[in-house]
Structure formats: structure tokens, C-alpha cells
Write a protein that binds this ligand. Structure first.
Ligand code: 5GP
Length: 191
């Protein structure tokens, strides 16, 4: 998506550890108009997928997920992050290793928000090694719901997550796809 690539070129900063900082439009300050356009694009790409709900993880997935939910006219559920969980009977839970914070989190979704008839779309801000998406896939499997697709605002295609989702046979849509970082410059994938 050219609009997003231009914004990344303009405002993104490459940090050590293959981290792209985009905190003036996505990860801290949020640009609502851009989020609306991203949401419309996800909705267009998944229009025929029969989505009934959107799943994401707090906090940076929420803005693009909510805008996608608005355009698809479906509810949005964000998994909550916890250091560790004790009373879990009413929750679906999974373990997620955080790429940027390098710590393990438990994520959870209240059981009453998912039912076996649901077909969900997973939305997140970044796809790196795929841990966050894997956590949501684990929850979907436990809840016996079908995952119709994964949409990420930015994927770093050179990391493991892209292959993980594609190998699982799930439709993956990335609105910007980064092939590499070279000399602190973002190189976008061709297709
Ligand atoms: P994964 O679970 O795929 O390894 O990493 C995805 C999660 O880590 C995203 O939800 C995002 O919050 C964070 N993340 C991974 N890579 C980056 C990055 O390059 N920049 C930023 N800002 N967050 C990232």
C-alpha cells in the first residue's frame, strides 16, 4: 500500500535489533485518518472471507483492528496481556514471547466473547517472528473457531512470522512488506 510505504519512509526509524520505530502514527501517537484507510484496505481484502469477529492483542493492534471492524461491521476483541495468570477458568490463554520487550507474557480472552460459529480475522501492527499471531492461533484452536485470515499493517518478511502463517495455509495480507533493512534504510518487498 503506497500510502503506508510513503509514511514509513517519511517517519520510520530503524533501531538496533531489526526494530522499526513508527511511534508517531501507529505505536504511540496514532493517525486516525491513516488507520481508517488501513482498516478500509483490510476490509476490502477480506470482504469475502465471512469474518464474524476480529482478534488482536493489546495495545498496538487495537487501532488498526478497530478500524477494520468498523469497515467489516463486526466486533473487535483484543487479547489482554498479563505477566502471569492465576485464575484462568473463564479465559482462553496462550503464552507469547514479546519481540520488542523480550519477555514472556500470557495473553487471554474471556470465553464468553468467542463461540464455535465464529470465523475470525487476526489483525496486528507488526509481524516479526509470529509469536503474537501464534498465541492468537493457539487460542482460536482451543476455542475451536476458524481463522479466516491474518492481516498485519507491517510485516518484516525476512523474519519467521511470514512463513509460519503461509505454511499454516492461512491467507496473509500485509499492507507494507519489508524485505530488509540496509544501512538503516527500509527496503520494501517488490510484490
Ligand atoms: P512477533 O510476535 O511477530 O515476533 O512480533 C510482533 C509483535 O512485536 C507486534 O505486535 C509488535 O508489537 C512487536 N514488534 C515486532 N517487530 C516490531 C518492529 O519492528 N517495530 C515495532 N514497533 N514493533 C514490533
Amino acid at each position: 500500500m503506497k500510502l503506508l510505504e510513503d509514511r514509513i519512509r517519511q517517519d520510520g526509524t530503524v533501531l538496533p535489533g531489526n526494530v522499526l520505530k513508527v511511534d508517531n502514527f501507529l505505536n504511540h501517537q496514532v493517525d486516525p485518518q491513516l488507520m481508517d484507510q488501513l482498516g478500509a484496505e483490510f476490509a476490502r481484502r477480506f470482504a469475502d472471507a465471512g469474518i464474524t469477529k476480529i482478534l488482536t492483542v493489546e495495545s498496538s493492534g487495537i487501532a488498526p483492528a478497530v478500524m477494520t471492524g468498523l469497515h467489516l461491521n463486526v466486533p473487535v476483541i483484543f487479547a489482554r496481556k498479563h505477566k502471569s495468570l492465576t485464575l484462568t477458568d473463564h479465559l482462553y490463554t496462550a503464552k507469547v514471547f514479546s519481540y520488542t520487550k523480550q519477555v514472556n507474557n500470557d495473553i487471554s480472552i474471556d470465553r464468553r466473547f468467542l463461540s464455535p460459529e465464529d470465523r475470525v480475522l487476526i489483525i496486528d501492527d507488526f509481524l516479526a517472528n509470529g509469536q503474537a499471531v501464534q498465541g492468537l492461533l493457539d487460542i482460536a484452536r482451543t476455542a475451536q473457531i476458524e481463522v479466516a485470515g491474518v492481516g498485519v499493517v507491517i510485516e518484516k518478511r525476512f523474519q519467521k512470522g511470514h512463513k509460519l502463517v503461509v505454511d499454516a495455509g492461512i491467507q496473509l495480507e500485509a499492507l507494507a512488506s519489508i524485505a530488509a533493512f540496509e544501512d538503516n534504510t527500509v527496503i520494501f518487498a517488490e510484490d
